[in-house]
Design a protein around this ligand. Structure first.
Ligand code: SF4
Ligand code: SF4
Length: 149
């Protein structure tokens, strides 16, 4: 399936990965840039189709990546120290899959060899979201989606 050598995400623990390897686990889906709402009664997290204003919705890339946590204090920063404790990562996210001991999917760029497959498989947010700049906060509840869990 992967040739003769075992890929690094199966052979190395997160702490042993290089920074480049760790970053390459991100599939570029941008699902973690979607805004979420928490049900106050149950604590359930619901994803919405509203996305951070700093996301380029076509490329699914952050437009302020180096300064993102300063500009958006709630922006997620995944590290080998923190990724196991974040409970709302999408179920397709490679960091969550690795935390759960699961395999990467065929469309992951590390498996397919191209970043196109995350879009072709319908995993990325491309074409499905609205920037927070265009949605009134009172309307967020109506924008809850079920294609990200
Ligand atoms: S959800 Fe996970 S894989 Fe997708 S962009 Fe965010 S960190 Fe990367
Ligand atoms: S600042 Fe960038 S990485 Fe953070 S949520 Fe916004 S678009 Fe995503």
């Amino acid at each position: 399936m992967y040739g003769k050598s075992v890929p690094f995400w199966r052979s190395k623990r997160p702490f042993d990965m290089s920074r480049e390897e760790w970053e390459s686990l991100c599939d570029g889906c941008a699902r973690c840039c979607l805004h979420k709402l928490e049900d106050e009664r149950t604590g359930t997290i619901h994803y919405t189709c509203i996305v951070c204003r700093y996301l380029d919705c076509e490329t699914c890339q952050c437009t302020c990546y180096p300064q993102r946590t300063k500009i958006v204090p709630t922006c997620l920063q995944l590290t080998p120290e923190t990724f196991m404790t974040i409970r709302f990562l999408p179920d397709t996210c490679a960091y969550r899959l690795i935390a759960e001991g699961k395999e990467l999917a065929w469309w992951h760029p590390l498996v397919s060899g191209t970043s196109d497959t995350v879009h072709e498989a319908g995993i990325s947010i491309r074409g499905k979201v609205l920037s927070e700049d265009f949605v009134h906060p009172l309307d967020w509840e109506r924008m809850i989606i079920d294609w990200v869990r």
